[in-house]
Structure formats: C-alpha cells, structure tokens
Design a protein around this ligand. Sequence first.
Ligand code: ATP
Ligand code: MG
Length: 213
Amino acid sequence: MHKTGRRKLGVMGGTFDPIHHGHLVAASEVANRFDLDEVIFVPTGQPWQKSARQVSAAEDRYLMTVIATASNPRFSVSRADIDREKATYTVDTLRDLQNQHPDADLHFITGADALASILTWQDWAELFELAKFVGVSRPGYELNVDHLEAHLRDQPADAVTVIEIPALAISSSECRRRAAEGRPVWYLVPDGVVQYISKRHLYVPVGNGKVGT
Ligand code: ATP
Ligand code: MG
C-alpha cells in the first residue's frame, strides 16, 4: 500500500497473438519504475485496428497470456475485453478496470507505436481522467510525444510519461511469421507459450505440418 492509501495498478493491453518477451519486459520495467502493486494484462477482444487480418481465438490469446504471466506474483490477466460483446476501445477497458478497482490508480502501459495511435484517435480528456499513460521505447519506433504537446498542455505533468526500457526487437507478427514458416520461436516467447502454440497448431497455414521446434 502506498502513502496515499491507494493501490497502483498497471494495465497492459494488447492483442497478445502471441504474448512475447517484449510485452513482459515492458510490464516488468514499468512496474519497477512506478512502484506498481500489480500489472493486469488485458488481451483485447476484437481489435478494431486489426480487423483486416485474422486474429487468433480470444481464448487462445487469453490462455497464452495466463501461461506467460503465471509465475510472476505481481502479474495477472483480465477477461474484461475478451468477454465484452462489442469492439474494444482503451477507454472501455479503463472504465471497466476502474469500476473493478475503485481504490486504485491506473497506469496504462503501451509501446511507442501504440501510444501514438491511442492518443491520436481516442478521447483524450476522458482517457486522462481514468489513467496515467506510460509509453515505453520499442525498437523501430520513435518514442516522442512532442506532437501531442497541444493536447497535453492542460494536463498534469504526469499524464503521459515516456521511459526507455531494454530493447527487444520482438513482435507478435514476427513470431507468427516464424511459426508459419516452421522456424523457431523459442526464447522470443516463454517456453510454455512455445508449447501452447505447437499443441494448438496456431499460425500454421492450413494443410501444413507443425510449428518448428
Ligand atoms: P503485432 O505485431 O501483432 O502488432 P505486437 O508485438 O505489436 O503485435 P501487441 O499485442 O500489438 O504486440 O502489443 C501490445 C502492447 O505491447 C503495445 O502497447 C505494444 O506497443 C507493446 N509492445 C509490443 N512489443 C513490444 C516490444 N518489443 N517492446 C516494447 N513494447 C512492445
Ligand atoms: Mg502491435
């Protein structure tokens, strides 16, 4: 418990198709830097920005997220987005979590790429009422909030913080591509997730053999 008597919760949203070590390092680094009590991973339901391509079943993405986070006592997984009927917006996720944890201050964690799009397309004022935003560096993307300055002017200084984290050039897209081509995903994702991908034949083109080991 913190001086304010309020818990500090991280919220790590993502498609997690599959979850990989880049996500886990981001959550762990922010938890440490912001002294968070817990980080809640929230696999998204139907990603409105990704509807153009096939996304793995929500249940598979949820289970991979559980497998990847199970060993960390400060990590947990929420079904808030995958159980929602309609498309997910960050604001819906934050509203649900705030209702479930009225005693907590939320910190929404996002990579440099996602930070820009969330804050560009959605209703700022409401987002900032619900959570603080923490943007983490990601190889290949610029971590720069200068273009947001006009919107941030009326916000408290800690509305958006950007931090450098150890660079892991891993993406779910690359993991899927590797699995589809029978190349290894070992050490890019946790071992249990490698095994789950193989067991469920995820990302393997129909009619093809199995995931590379
Ligand atoms: P995809 O390639 O399918 O878009 P992804 O690797 O970007 O997958 P997402 O589930 O889209 O993974 O990302 C969830 C969140 O994690 C986003 O905020 C994203 O910016 C962040 N993130 C993903 N990979 C990294 C990484 N390697 N380093 C830092 N942040 C990351
Ligand atoms: Mg992404």
